[in-house]
Every structure is written in C-alpha cells, then in structure tokens.
Write a protein that binds this ligand. Sequence first.
Ligand code: FES
Ligand code: FES
Length: 400
Amino acid sequence: MIALIVNARHVRATVEPRTHLADFLRDGLNLTGTHLGCEHGVCGACTLLLDGVPARSCITYAVACDGAEVTTIEGLDDDEVIVELRAAFTREHALQCGYCTPGMLIAARDLVLRLPVADDRSIRIGMSGNLCRCTGYVGIIRAIHSVIAARRARGVTAIAGAGRQALGPAGSGHGDETPSDQAAETPAQAVPATASDAATSIPDFKPETVIERDFVVTHPPRRVFDFFGDIPAVAACLPGASVSASKPDRAEGEVRVKLGPISASFAGIARIERDPASLSGRIVGAGNDRRSRSSTQGEIRYRLVPADQGAATRVTFSIGYSLRGMLAQFARPGLVRDLVERMTADFARNLERAISGVSSDDHASGEPVLDGFAVLGDVLRERVRHFFRRLIGGSSSGET
Ligand code: FES
Ligand code: FES
C-alpha cells in the first residue's frame, strides 16, 4: 500500500513491488501522457517530476515513491513554463509524431528554470538524455532557446537548484533509513571524498557485475606474485591505468576508459590485500569521473596457480564492478565483456614482457585508453569474419 500525491491529488493504492511508476500511472491512474520507449532509463520518454525534479518513471519503482509528489505532463497544463514551451514547440516545428514530446517538455522545463542564459551547447547537453525517433532536434533546441531567451529578457532569472533540496536521485529520501539501509548505501555514494582519506575507508561491496577470466604467463607463481606487489609496475601493464601514489596496502591513481561516445577518467583510491600463503590477493577501489558524472566501485580478486609443472602460472581472476552515472548508459554487458577480453589480453602480454624485462608497447605509445569503440570495431570485424567462414564452410560441406 502506498500513498502519494499525483498531480495535486492524494492517491492511495496497492501495488506490486515490481511495478514501475510509469506503469502505475498509465495502467492504474489512466495518466497516459507519460510515454514508454526503452523502459531502460535511456530515451527519456517517461520523464516526469518527482518531488519537483525530473526523473525517469520507467526505472523508478512505484513503491519507492511512497510519500512523494509526482507531477506528470497532465498536471502541468497550466504551468507557465510548459505553456510557453508548448507554444514554442509548435512555432518551431519541434515535434512530428509527438511520442517524445511529454518527456521533452518536462526535461526542457527544468532547463528553462535553471539555465542562466540561452546557450545552445548547454541546452544540447541538458537534453541529451531525451531521444527523438523523428530526429527533430534542431527545432527542439530552437524552441527551448527561444523560451529561455524571452524569459531572461523579461527579467525572469534562473533558479538555483530548481526544486533540488537533497542530494541523491530524484525521489530519494522517502524511505525510513534503517541501519541496513545505511550499510547497503550505493557504491557511488560511498566513494571517499579525497584521496587523503584512509584506504581502509573503502567499504566492501557486492558488485552488480562479475566477470571471470584467466590467462597463463611463462614465469613461476612466486615470481608473478612478487611482481604483483609492485603496484606502479602492474599499472604500467594495464592500458589506461596510472598510479600517482602507492604503498603496499593502498594506491591512488586514475583509469581512463572510453565506452560509446563517452570518455571518462576515473580518479580514485584502492585498498590492496595480499596473501602470500595462497598466492592470492584482492584490490578494492572506488573512483569518480567528474566530466561524465559517473562513478564506479570495482574489485579484482586473483589467484596464482602453478602451470607447466611450476614453470608457468595460470592467473585466474574475477573483475566485479558497479557503475553509476552517464557512462552506465553505454556500459552494455556485452560491450564491457568484450572490453575485459581485450584488457585481459593486453595485460597478459604486457605482464609477460614486464617480468621478462622487456618494455610494454602500450605504454610506450604515450596515451593508452581502454577504448570500447575500438573493441566494438574488433568484435564486429571478428563477427563478420566468422559469418563468412561459416558461409564458406557451409557451402563447401554441401559440395562434399
Ligand atoms: S522509457 Fe523511461 S527512459 Fe525510456
Ligand atoms: S517527435 Fe516523434 S519521437 Fe520525437
């Protein structure tokens, strides 16, 4: 049972815990102005106001909105900004089929309230979370620009925050905070504020995604384990990673990645644990990228197993991570898995060379980055090659 305010009306309802807010509004309250496109938090069609702040109703559980104030496009009929925006959208031909328009209007309203001046670049960035299948972006930007410019010319100033009263995503802060809630605080919020915070303050966490891999290096396990104790040397084997300070039990540094159109530099710290008896170890780290407003918490667990009668080492490891922010939208599991595949191959090759005393190619080239697009290109090429191999293999087997 939840009680919330929808478009200034008190509503009480019993909802399934798995029902998202958009379904609750559309199916339960017949408020069909909230549209559903991707239902993955990507397209913005389902945008509405949750406690006055734009939020994606397709990735918001209705039960999480107990006590919240929800405003859909229907509740904004007389809103002065929406009235101006509606007129501007019509004037500038900013809609064709109109499917994206409710979400566009609500996202645009937020920009009209908050942007101090009409600046196309800021408008484009602010609207980048709303997709239009009819691709009417130019008209949309023009419409928003014109409303902001007109309001500022009339002396209506921007409102700092525009409804944001608390940190955290829109709609947060309604649930009772219990000790278990605090313990389960999301990794993105748990990142220590400064690198000078003790590494031991990095909490353990349950990764949302875990990928397991292994590879073999032609050096004995003890030698590899000793090498793993040299953090700057290990970082030098990983394209995109750099270490600014390190001790045996902690390190500070940066990892640069590129996923889809987004580049990010995660600066953070890591806690390092090693167990010489079992030749195993763990690195738990957390980092933030200010530009893409993304944050991550990650963990690498490894174990060194003798191979080739002890002359070589099988490095078995798992990478667990949780990602928050803009980058999370592009980090599709398949793409991340391919990125890890490439990262593992590069790391294994560089590790082999480093332990053998040969310098690494990747770091010799200057600006290494873990590049998801490059990986995607490789993957596509490999899939095309595979397709033609199967085609040729299939026809030749038909002939024999
Ligand atoms: S339907 Fe919610 S973001 Fe696409
Ligand atoms: S106007 Fe058709 S999806 Fe935007």
